[in-house]
Design a protein. Sequence first.
Length: 277
Amino acid sequence: MNFLLYCGAATQIVFVIVVFGGGSIAGLCLVRWLVPLDRLQKNHEVAGVTFGVLGAFYGLVLAFVIVAAWERFNEANADAIEEATALESLYKLGAAFSEPMRSQLDSAVLEYSHRVIEKEWPQMADNTFQGGKVGAHELWATVLAYHPTDNREQMLMDKSIDQLSLISRSRSERFNYYEQDLPSVVWTVIYLGCLMTIGFSYFFGSNVFRAQVLMCGFFSILLGMTILAILELAHPYQGVVTISNEPYRYALARMEAANSYKMAKASPTAVSRASDR
């Protein structure tokens, strides 16, 4: 079902209704055509107990998986916020260095931020991102190549390296969440459990066939929507529900604001006013 990640919300809903709802109803019609109603009704007592146990077990499995997927989504979102915040902090630390280090670090941070927003995020959305080929190498090279001239700049170097470590760690986590999916055994349990649960509902025979069709259809659509929600949360960068690049845009806006502030402080008017005072 991974192809649904690249479809719109309306397409996803239609797919769930047609495949899960329509497929389950088609299976029910086939069973009712092959098996007489009176034979199905004889199984109600045994089938009811079995269906209750199976439904409870499968419900627990889905609850556990959707909570795990939600935690995975939240962790990926937290890593994006941490990376963006560290970029902003590194940019502001760069303002305290002397030239040409100040300009080099500013340029490197801005280039990295623009690359994440304009290239990496769209590539992650369409599953074409090659995270292993690019990284924060330029940022590390810029910082490590600089030789501090005094204790103050040495302290700035230490703080900059701390922020770079956060950037690298968050970037690695982002790449891992992008590449990794839920274990295949989990998806196997989800899909097989769905088939078995829907299949067990066919062992019941209602005298009002339309009512059973509606119940079976709604039940199957609910399972399909739950599986779709797990699929969306398990892929935080693809699909309808995704992690936004807004933290990076916000950090970039703060960098531009900080740069304007520095330029204002360094303007001739500001200098002349300071000297007059």
